[in-house]
Design a protein around this ligand. Structure first.
Ligand code: SF4
Length: 371
């Protein structure tokens, strides 16, 4: 309990989604503590207390929880889903209790059915009406959507800014304002004004700018700290970066829309996949093929070490890359991954993409080396 005797709620980080998460969590009328910013210490703490071979999002989440508990949180929220994610909450709760922490755990499981979640949330706030829960959910979803739209624009354009850091400054200002929006109209206005502001930032884009798509496991794709900021690193090398994965996309394809979306992804995968391979593996193959057909120069595939759905996807992606001489760079992250190693491989990858543009006869050999 906090000094006031109430709950202090916290949740793990993933990209900038803590902003809509605060809007969502405020329906519980508890104090909200955003976990301290991710640092190497977050991963070290998570790694120290985790089973060695568990996937890295588990370790980051656990590190976030420990840092939040140290800062005064006493109510932790964890979601769950297919694959190992379904066991995160239970195992993390057991580890933290064994380590001597006292707290409550709110495990949110369900199929994105609001009625289900409402029942679970009333355990913390018995006065929570469905109508109020719905309002918070809708506002948080709208904020999420604005965040994704603005991030998408920045990702595609920041590599060509004339003044270093111009996009980042505008984005940070947007993020601060987004957290203060209280209505749909305010989010609409903020999104429109921010996009106008970003469009007015001077850029110099060469006609032959490289275009790269990013696919992979949702956490390492959407949490830049965990992937060593690969999108920013690509942008620094003058690359236009595209990715479809975002929380807005996940919401849009959840619940009843899920099976239809999966069928579409399998169709998009063409000869490389004939059935669903779990979590976002099918998405990785379908979207990578889409990027290839859309004339992109290459694809980055990001995954945590030992993530089975993405290991499955890799076999299909490697075949796609080989048969089409289409460069795909694979990154597998664990607690020992080195930032320098990631940067060096990215540098080599960009050189290889330029070779492909020049139709360099040494491309096939370079792809073997880079794989
Ligand atoms: S998708 Fe992969 S990394 Fe993510 S929880 Fe599942 S197994 Fe772990």
């Amino acid at each position: 309990m906090s000094e006031s005797g109430g709950h202090v709620l916290s949740f793990p980080h993933m990209g900038n989604y803590h902003v809509p998460m605060v809007t969502l969590a405020s329906m519980l009328d508890t104090e909200i503590l955003v976990a301290p910013r991710m640092t190497r210490r977050t991963l070290e703490l998570g790694t120290r207390y985790s089973p060695e071979f568990v996937c890295i999002p588990f370790k980051y989440n656990l590190g976030n929880f420990i840092e939040s508990l140290e800062s005064g949180a006493n109510l932790l929220v964890q979601a769950g889903g297919g694959c190992r994610f379904g066991f995160y909450a239970e195992v993390q709760e057991a580890i933290l209790r064994d380590s001597g922490y006292e707290f409550e755990m709110l495990r949110l499981f369900g199929s994105f059915e609001l009625r289900d979640y409402h029942r679970q949330l009333r355990r913390i706030n018995p006065k929570l009406t469905f109508r109020r829960a719905l309002w918070h959910y809708r506002l948080a979803s709208r904020q999420t959507n604005a965040l994704d739209v603005v991030e998408d624009y920045s990702r595609k354009n920041c590599g060509f800014e004339v003044e270093d850091g111009a996009f980042e400054r505008a984005f940070e200002a947007f993020l601060g304002k987004l957290g203060r929006t209280q209505s749909f109209a305010e989010v609409d206005t903020l999104e429109r004004e921010t996009l106008e502001e970003l469009a007015a930032i001077p850029t110099e884009r060469p006609d032959d700018a490289l275009k790269v798509g990013v696919v992979g496991e949702l956490y390492v794709v959407m949490e830049p700290f965990s992937n060593f900021f690969v999108e920013k690193e690509l942008a620094k090398r003058g690359v236009e970066v595209h990715r479809h994965m975002s929380v807005s996309e996940m919401i849009a394809h959840s619940g009843r829309n899920g099976p239809k979306h999966l069928r579409k992804l399998i169709e998009m995968s063409g000869p490389y996949l004939h059935y669903h391979i779990g979590a976002h593996g099918t998405e990785s193959v379908g979207l990578a093929r889409q990027f290839m057909q859309d004339g992109f120069d290459g694809v980055l595939h990001l995954k945590p070490f030992g993530c089975m759905p993405e290991v499955n996807a890799m076999t299909a992606l490697q075949r796609m890359s080989r048969e089409n001489l289409f460069p795909i760079l694979f990154f597998s992250y664990d607690a020992q991954s080195s930032e320098t190693g990631v940067r060096t491989r990215l540098e080599a990858f960009c050189d290889m993409l330029r070779m492909r543009r020049r139709r360099d006869p040494g491309l096939a050999e370079a792809m073997e080396v880079c794989a």
